[in-house]
Design a protein around this ligand. Structure first.
Ligand code: FAD
Ligand code: NAI
Length: 477
């Protein structure tokens, strides 16, 4: 077999692609992964949006900015005084960049370890399937012509543009620019109160920016459980984020060193607000340019996503697609799950991904996390349910941490008691939510959770108490 003939070629090395490649190689397939992301010095930077300008760098900056805020505002309460607290943004960004490179290198190491052949460049279909398989060209420093029995498309997503607004990543920023601001802007505008807007808005607010968030929809965090969204709006506003829902942007006018945003507020009043920097975070769109979809006859849907069935099969035989480039939540762990499932299906196994048990996390402070159905979804579907809620204010560990905002809420079927959803706003919600995911995957009832012994003192006791509260018998509230 020529060394350009592969059983599986994965196009895209983000969480969907690199994980699919590793799993395919583990299953014994001759596997290649092609990814075009480069570091500033031109070296490969596999890991996609998530590693380079998404999950990883945003969490690095969220951590650094939280330390800064705690040092400035929370430590004194613990009897720790810091004199001459100073911020070194360049060092903070350098640390973030180092974390990113560690992750890029980790993926290159995993490719080697699992015998995945890595190509740094752009992968594209060059035409329909031939006898040897799908013809795939790699353009870039390591140009190559490959054939693949199976292809996994994992080309990810890119920021949705705001019509008429050019991103220059100096004044008007997308996620990449928002993660690389060289100094703290005094006045920071954010268009879109979604996950990126709230996380990046939190980072720069903690570091000293006056942050204004302009959201088009009349409701705040409409996809989140209403009680959680209400609590979040209250807490974020108290922290200093100015959040305007029902805001219609009419013009964005950059000047020399500032940018004017003209908008109409919820009451219909026109406003002009001047910012030093503006983040545009209004969602993401699938990325398929350069893929040669047309050459192969790969079908895209009306919104540009690669069309797939429930098992990630495209319209072409032995061509699969996973992650942000297909329907479903745009989350790294969803992309990974699909990557694993596809590799296993190629091997004749039964890969499985259940969107209902994919957890969501917004890494603000407090964190927001949920899995399953929201209360408004259950109402709309006419499902009879019981709800149990427990505030962190009544949790000993939260008090010791000095972080008592928020609550855990569990929703269970009124007849069977099966857990239908778990919603958390509070400290370490990102970790706490796993218990809800496990419970739902195992078809647990709220009583099951309530009967499990949880360590004391721990935040997870709030989960148990919320489960007890479903039956009206919380012990500590
Ligand atoms: P991507 O990660 O986008 O990877 C696709 C890769 O394919 C890229 O490297 C791209 O350059 C490459 N590529 C594209 N076309 C080609 C081609 N023709 N040839 C070769 N290579 C190609 N999700 C979470 O779950 N948790 C988070 O905390 C989180 N934080 C985020 C923060 C930000 C600021 C952003 C923007 C996103 C965040 N996400 C988060 C979402 C997450 O990044 C995506 O869901 C995830 O990266 C999708 O993985 P993917 O493999 O489908 O695509
Ligand atoms: P988003 O979909 O989360 O939020 C976009 C927001 O912009 C929405 O509230 C929407 O109503 C609003 N909007 C749309 N058009 C607008 C306009 N013209 N003017 C004002 N507001 C407008 O998208 P976001 O924040 O860009 O993030 C993209 C995706 O990346 C997320 O959906 C998520 O899947 C992923 N992500 C995940 C993270 C995590 O898991 N912690 C962190 C960051 C991103």
């Amino acid at each position: 077999m020529a060394d350009t003939a592969f059983d599986v070629v994965v196009i895209g090395g983000g969480p969907g692609g690199y994980i699919a490649a590793i799993r395919a190689a583990q299953l014994g397939f001759r596997t290649a992964c092609i990814d075009d992301w480069s570091r500033a010095d031109g070296k490969p930077a596999p890991g996609g949006t998530c590693t380079n300008v998404g999950c990883i760098p945003s969490k690095a900056l969220l951590q650094s900015s939280e330390h800064f805020e705690h040092a400035g505002h929370a430590f004194a309460d613990h009897g720790i005084e810091i004199k001459g607290l100073a911020l070194d943004v360049a060092r903070m960004l350098a640390r973030k960049d180092k974390v990113v490179v560690q992750n890029n290198d980790g993926i290159l190491h995993l490719f080697k370890k699992n015998k995945v052949t890595f190509f740094h460049g752009t992968g594209s279909f060059t035409g329909p399937r031939i006898d040897a398989g799908w013809p795939i060209a790699v353009a870039g420093a390591a140009a190559a012509a490959l054939t693949a029995t199976h292809v996994v498309v994992a080309t990810g997503s890119k920021p949705r543009p705001l019509p008429g607004v050019a991103i220059d990543n100096r004044l008007v920023l997308d996620n990449a620019g928002a993660l690389a601001l060289p100094a703290v802007p005094k006045r920071l505008g954010v268009v879109g109160a979604g996950v990126i807007g709230l996380e990046m808005g939190s980072v720069w607010r903690r570091l000293g920016s006056q942050v204004t968030v302009l959201e088009a929809l009349p409701v705040f965090l409409g996809a989140v459980d209403e009680a959680v969204a209400k609590e979040a709006l209250k807490l974020f506003t108290r922290q200093g984020l100015a959040i305007h829902t029902g805001a219609a942007i009419t013009a964005v006018t950059p000047a020399k060193n500032e940018v004017k945003v003209s908008w109409t507020d919820a009451a219909g009043k026109t406003q002009d607000t001047v910012f030093d920097r503006l983040i545009v975070s209004i969602g993401r769109v699938p990325h398929t340019s350069g893929l040669g979809a047309e050459a192969a006859g790969l079908r895209l849907d009306a919104r540009g996503f690669v069309e797939v069935d429930a098992e990630c099969r495209t319209n072409l035989p032995q061509v699969w697609a996973v992650g942000d480039v297909v329907r479903g939540p745009m989350l790294a762990h969803k992309a990974e799950e699909e990557g694993v499932a596809v590799a296993e299906r190629i091997a004749g196994q039964h890969g499985h991904v259940d969107f209902n048990t994919v957890p969501w996390v917004i890494y603000t402070a407090p964190e927001i996390a949920w899995v399953g159905q929201t209360e408004q979804q259950l109402k709309a579907a006419g499902v009879a349910y019981r709800s149990g809620k427990f505030p962190f204010l009544a949790n000993g560990r939260a008090r010791a941490l000095g972080d008592t905002s928020g609550f855990v809420k569990i929703l269970a079927d009124a007849t069977t008691d099966r857990i239908l959803g778990m919603h958390v706003i509070g400290p370490m919600a990102s970790e706490l939510i796993s218990e809800g995911v496990v419970a739902m995957e195992f078809g647990a009832s709220s009583e099951d959770l309530a009967r499990i012994c949880h360590a004391h003192p721990s935040l997870s006791e709030a989960t148990r108490e919320a489960a007890l509260a479903v039956d009206g018998r919380a012990l500590n509230f």
